[in-house]
Design a protein around this ligand. Structure first.
Ligand SMILES: Nc1ncnc2c1ncn2[C@@H]1O[C@H](COP(=O)(O)OP(=O)(O)OP(=O)(O)O)[C@@H](O)[C@H]1O
Length: 695
């Protein structure tokens, strides 16, 4: 191996160097503790500062609280490497940057995202980028256990150590071992849509999350104002990746599944594949348009409206003229209602005058006034052109109207929960319907909730551990209810993430879409609405697509929004699955796409074990020896769909023959160490067949 470990170096030199590196690292922790104490003192002072304007104080408190939590994340693995340069200078690389205030703020520790840290990840023997040595530290908690230096090849040791470690329930950051091809993508200076594709285990998710941390570092001002949205396939996956950004010091990010992109709805249910196809294709845009048009109705029979001197029959022909005028206004359905009513009054004046038998101008004005205030005409207009929420529109469509419109497959019983595929339709409906009075009332309710939230913030400040003893002043000691009320009026104090996730019209500064191959054309419309600047990182693998309505070509999905203006990068190395398991899974890949290349595995392990059993209950007795363990079966509890994006040390795949090729490919590539494949059959017959083949 092309590295010098401290063990292979002379013991005298090693001990000396190790102890000097230990001193250096404890010095960095001292600095960290000092900065943290100073930030906390400034936070206390900001809370106490009675002279400062309230909202200034509020901003200061928030900024300092963020700083305190940023400093807290670096508690473990603060510094993980060092580079020595040709000019004799060196830089220690870590999770955050630390500076020396006593030496003109010279860098003591360089943030991994800073440009000067880049050679730590990218320098090679062929292209050393001015670096003579790269050193990797091995730490436990705050203690330095050892280090090794590499000669600028792809450093196998640090990476393999990281990859061999047993997995936990949640994904870890890879900041100490980012590889050059990944680093290129993480730091890519591309403002628009970036598609990152790669086979299973190539680090797409890890890279996308580190890219978020990098973008927040380089464009903090813009992104912390607008927020970042990370979309993942299901809640289990979001829980799995949920710790990575906080471990990198970034917390202000909204995580959502496609079923949660419409505020107020948390869809979990899946439609059958053919219904997903109908709801997910672009034709669903016309479907929603038709559903709205269907609610702009004509009376079947003329409806009599009684005025003082005459009864006017409101017939379909007259209503059609009013409806055409309202539609021609170009306003959205709810917003065009007043136009419809005014047009209806307008078209009724002439027939009313004709029935009265006079057309004096004063009489016409009276009739118009009477019609405008006529309660029957108002309720008729309400019935013919009702105010609609997206939920009411789709609910009525599914619970009956779909039959007359020719979409019987959409029919559902009243009161059933929304499905994931309904979410983009609700969003589309919201676009076509516009605001409702209900929306205004909801905004009022939200304002009331903000007041309650403001109170909550104070409690959180009390609970977050900034106050260690009872003697210290607490936020609630300093801020009274009057202040709370004013403060509520002055500013919206929720975090960007909280405000963004509650607001359908919020537009994010950057959107990350993971397992993007699963999203339908309708899902993409929602995401593009949430990100008009098209600053997006899209990660996926077309070969792993399980959703019928998912992506078949990136070009086709992106062209309507950015034409050909998007960048594409491929990751080629598999950091999860040992080579033996990957070559076993290659057969499933070939079934999905005969021309596809499986990624190259960095690790070797043991070949998968195949079992044939007559009774599947055996599976419940299988266990992994250590680390994480999962059974993936078409019937669950962990289905191939739910296993998307996850990994486990030991994986048992049950009845892969009952899975589609893409499902099989996903299931077979989840193991980091051992794969057991269980099929149902006659074990004796299988053994005989194997023996026959052997002879
Ligand atoms: N440079 C690295 N250093 C250490 N671990 C890494 C590195 N790159 C990836 N990994 C690890 O490899 C595993 C697979 O990464 P990840 O889940 O991001 O892959 P993926 O491409 O999203 O896979 P899939 O397509 O199956 O969802 C994770 O455990 C991740 O932490």
């Amino acid at each position: 191996m092309r590295y010098k470990s401290i063990v292979s170096q002379g013991a005298r030199v090693t001990t000396g160097e190790l102890s000097s590196e230990r001193q250096r690292i404890s010095f960095l922790y001292e600095r960290l503790d000092r900065e943290r104490a100073e930030a906390k003192a400034r936070l206390d002072a900001a809370l106490l500062d009675a002279h400062e304007r309230r909202w200034h104080r509020e901003v200061a408190v928030r900024t300092l609280s963020e700083q305190v939590s940023r400093l807290r994340v670096a508690d473990e693995g603060l510094c993980f490497g060092r580079i020595d340069r040709v000019d004799g200078s060196r830089a220690y690389i870590g999770r955050i940057g630390l500076f020396d205030p006593d030496d003109d703020y010279a860098p003591l520790l360089t943030d991994w995202r800073a440009p000067v840290a880049r050679p730590f990840y990218t320098a090679t023997g062929a292209n050393p980028e001015g670096v003579t040595r790269r050193r990797h530290f091995r730490t436990r908690g705050r203690a330095l256990e050892g280090f090794h230096d590499d000669e600028l090849q792809l450093d196998a040791t640090a990476l393999l150590d990281a990859l061999e470690a047993p997995r936990t329930e949640t994904m870890r950051d890879i900041v100490a071992t980012i590889q050059a091809e990944q680093d290129e993508v993480i730091r890519l200076d591309h403002r628009g849509v970036l598609v990152i594709e790669g086979g299973p285990g190539t680090g797409k998710t890890a890279v996308a999350l580190h890219r978020v941390a990098y973008l927040l570092y380089t464009q903090r001002e813009r992104l912390s104002r607008q927020g970042v949205l990370v979309v993942g396939p299901n809640p289990g996956f979001l829980r799995y990746i949920g710790d990575v950004l906080p471990s990198l010091g970034e917390t202000d990010v909204v995580f959502a599944t496609p079923g949660e992109l419409f505020p107020g709805v948390r869809a979990r249910r899946e439609d059958p594949p053919e219904v997903q196809g109908l709801k997910g294709g672009l034709a669903a845009v016309d479907l929603v348009r038709e559903a709205v048009a269907d609610r702009q109705e004509l009376p079947v029979e003329p409806v009599p409206v009684e005025l003082e001197d005459v009864t006017v029959p409101v017939d379909a022909g007259l209503v059609a003229v009013a409806r055409d005028r309202a539609r021609a206004s170009g306003l959205r359905h709810n917003e065009a209602r007043p136009v419809f009513f005014a047009a209806l009054v307008d078209v009724l004046v002439a027939p009313a005058l004709a029935l009265i038998g006079h057309d004096w101008p004063e009489l016409a004005a009276d009739v118009r006034r009477e019609l405008t205030h006529n309660a029957d005409l108002r309720s008729l207009a309400d019935a013919l052109w009702p105010v609609l929420t997206p939920q009411a529109l789709l609910g009525d469509l599914y619970e009956g109207r779909c039959l007359a419109l020719g979409y019987p497959e959409l029919y559902r019983e009243a009161g059933r929960a929304w499905t994931v595929a309904d979410v983009p339709l609700l969003d589309e409906a919201a676009e076509l319907l516009g605001t409702t009075d209900e929306a205004v009332r909801a905004a009022e309710r939200e304002r009331a909730a903000e007041v309650a939230y403001a109170r909550g913030v104070l409690e959180v400040l009390d609970l977050e551990g900034f106050y260690d003893t009872d003697d210290e002043l607490r936020a609630t000691d300093l801020l009274d209810s009057e202040w709370l009320a004013d403060r509520h009026a002055e500013l919206d104090h929720r975090t960007v993430a909280e405000r963004a996730s509650a607001d359908r019209e919020w537009t994010y500064g950057h959107v990350v879409v993971d397992e993007a191959q699963e999203l339908s054309e309708m899902d993409w419309r929602v995401l593009m609405r949430r990100c008009p600047n098209r600053s997006m990182t899209i990660v996926g693998d077309l070969a792993q697509r399980q959703a019928e309505a998912g992506v078949r070509s990136w070009e086709a999905v992106l062209a309507p929004y950015v034409r050909e203006r998007w960048a594409y990068r491929r990751l080629t190395v598999n950091y999860r699955t040992p080579a033996e398991i990957m070559s076993y899974a290659a057969a499933a890949l070939a079934e999905v796409d005969a021309s596809a290349e499986p990624p190259r595995s960095v690790r070797r392990g043991s070949p998968p074990v195949e079992m044939v059993v007559s009774d599947l209950s055996v599976v419940s007795r299988l266990r992994g020896e250590s680390g994480t363990f999962a059974v993936i079966s078409p019937d669950g509890p962990l289905t191939p769909r739910a296993a998307k994006g996850l990994e486990f040390d030991v994986v048992v795949v049950v009845e892969p023959e009952r899975m589609s090729p893409a499902e099989r490919y996903v299931a077979l590539t989840r193991a980091t160490r051992e794969l057991v494949v269980v099929r149902r059959g006659d074990p004796a017959a299988t053994r005989l067949a194997a023996l026959a083949a052997f002879h």
